[in-house]
Design a protein around this ligand. Structure first.
Ligand SMILES: Nc1ncnc2c1ncn2[C@@H]1O[C@H](COP(=O)(O)OP(=O)(O)OP(=O)(O)O)[C@@H](O)[C@H]1O
Ligand SMILES: [Mg+2]
Length: 211
């Protein structure tokens, strides 16, 4: 049986890493994952060795000249294609579970709603890069942009985070629209870490029940 593929989406500082850490700790202590299978935590961009190089090209602030928006889009697609082929497909085919910090939704939100690139072009690249695989469940951690900025106050911004508030507001709106269109589980991420985790846990239990 195939393993589950779980994705976390949300603007910078929405709590993805925090929740992935909490969820994986909980999952490992349950019997939801079959005994001989594992949990693999990964992320985009940068879930593979090649992807780590792509990630630094994309997010490094010391880069002399920023990639133009289409180049940026293609670099994300290249990272995803490698990630899907090298990590996601082989892992779920073994029955292992995958949790990915960001996936296709982030490209639609940042490059589509943020950079205003053609959504159909992005969707075509998504089909090519993913070979048609999609997550069993996607959680959108939804927080106001102001809260996201507050939470990252002591953190050095990467190249995309430096885009500022208006860009991030467009991205946040994109995420909300996508969560409706794609039937993601939207969670209010201004709640306590514990409350957010418990909503995630019930959704995962539901996912297993409906398998
Ligand atoms: N529910 C919460 N309530 C208050 N603070 C939180 C909550 N969840 C996370 N935080 C804090 O907010 C900050 C950002 O969280 P985190 O790094 O998990 O976000 P992220 O979505 O992974 O961000 P990035 O996109 O930059 O990787 C951290 O300092 C974290 O401790
Ligand atoms: Mg993170």
């Amino acid at each position: 049986m195939k393993g589950k593929f779980i994705v976390f989406e949300g603007i910078d500082g929405s709590g993805k890493t925090t929740q992935i850490n909490q969820l994986s700790e909980w999952l490992i202590g349950t019997d939801l994952i079959p005994e001989n299978n594992q949990l693999v935590i990964t992320r985009e961009p940068g879930g593979t060795k090649l992807g780590k190089h792509i990630r630094s090209l994309l997010l490094n602030t010391s880069i002399e000249k920023s990639p133009d928006p289409i180049t940026e889009l293609l670099l994300y697609a290249a990272d995803r294609s490698q990630h899907v082929n090298e990590i996601i497909i082989p892992t779920i085919n073994k029955g292992d579970w995958v949790i990915s910090d960001r996936f296709c939704g982030s490209t639609l939100a940042y490059q589509g709603y943020g950079r205003k690139l053609d959504i159909n072009l992005i969707k075509n690249l998504e089909t090519i890069a993913t070979q048609g695989i999609y997550p069993d469940v996607t959680f959108l951690l939804d927080i106001p942009v102001e809260e996201s900025i507050k939470r990252r106050i002591n953190r050095k911004d990467d190249r995309i985070e430096k885009e500022g508030k208006e860009f991030l507001s467009n991205v946040a709106l994109g995420f909300k629209t996508l969560s409706k269109d794609r039937k993601w589980k939207k969670i209010s991420a201004i709640n306590s870490k514990e409350k957010i985790l418990s909503e995630i846990q019930s959704e995962i239990k539901q996912l297993i029940k409906n398998k």
